[in-house]
Ligand binder design. Structure first.
Ligand code: HEM
Length: 157
């Protein structure tokens, strides 16, 4: 198998695990917590479970970024980003940057502390905020996947 195909396989597998996990958290875990856990314990409960998923997300984000940049360099490099119709490449990189900053910087250094402090004051509003954030991230991710699949197979936006 040539290295470009292998990189594409790794890229798509990483995206499936990573965005699939985001969908699972957003569409299954958060609604289940809202339904079964009392308001005061929701944020703590959520953080305990999501903490386990954070490592999977970090690894798959690195794999997706590594394989993505490898493919980009093999198929024209940075020049591709300035060509007309390359919006989907930009969107992939922006989506990746948002998650990378969240997972490697904001979540461990800021979010964890701030959300726990807010949850002490107003647990329901904090849980709603977490839920909204996940819906926004899932929407951006799905738009990125849809646009990337269509564009890499010939669709021009
Ligand atoms: C550093 C970030 C990323 C870079 C540099 C990157 C780069 C690439 C490149 C070069 C391709 C192959 C395009 C071609 O056909 O020539 C590709 C494919 C693709 N990427 Fe990314 N990507 C990145 C992140 C993402 C993210 C965050 C997503 C989704 C959320 C994503 C989803 C996809 C999909 C679905 C394909 C098409 C696979 C196929 O249909 O064969 N990528 N990416």
């Amino acid at each position: 198998m040539d290295s470009l195909i292998l990189a594409r396989v790794i890229h798509v597998l990483a995206i499936v695990l990573w965005i699939g996990g985001v969908a699972m958290v957003t569409l299954v875990l958060l609604p289940a917590i809202k339904h079964f856990v009392e308001p005061a314990r929701r944020v703590e409960f959520f953080e305990n479970i999501e903490g386990r998923f954070a490592w999977q997300s970090r690894v798959t984000t690195l794999l997706a970024g590594g394989s993505g940049f490898f493919m980009l360099m093999q198929t024209g490099g940075w020049q591709r980003l300035s060509q007309p119709g390359s919006g989907w490449l930009h969107l992939m990189i922006v989506t990746w940057l948002i998650f990378t900053i969240m997972l490697f910087v904001l979540e461990p250094l800021v979010l964890h502390r701030v959300l726990n402090a807010q949850a002490q004051q107003n647990p329901e509003a904090t849980f709603r905020k977490i839920t909204r954030l996940h819906y926004v991230l899932l929407t951006i991710s799905l738009v990125t996947v849809a646009w990337a699949v269509a564009s890499s197979h010939g669709f021009i936006f």
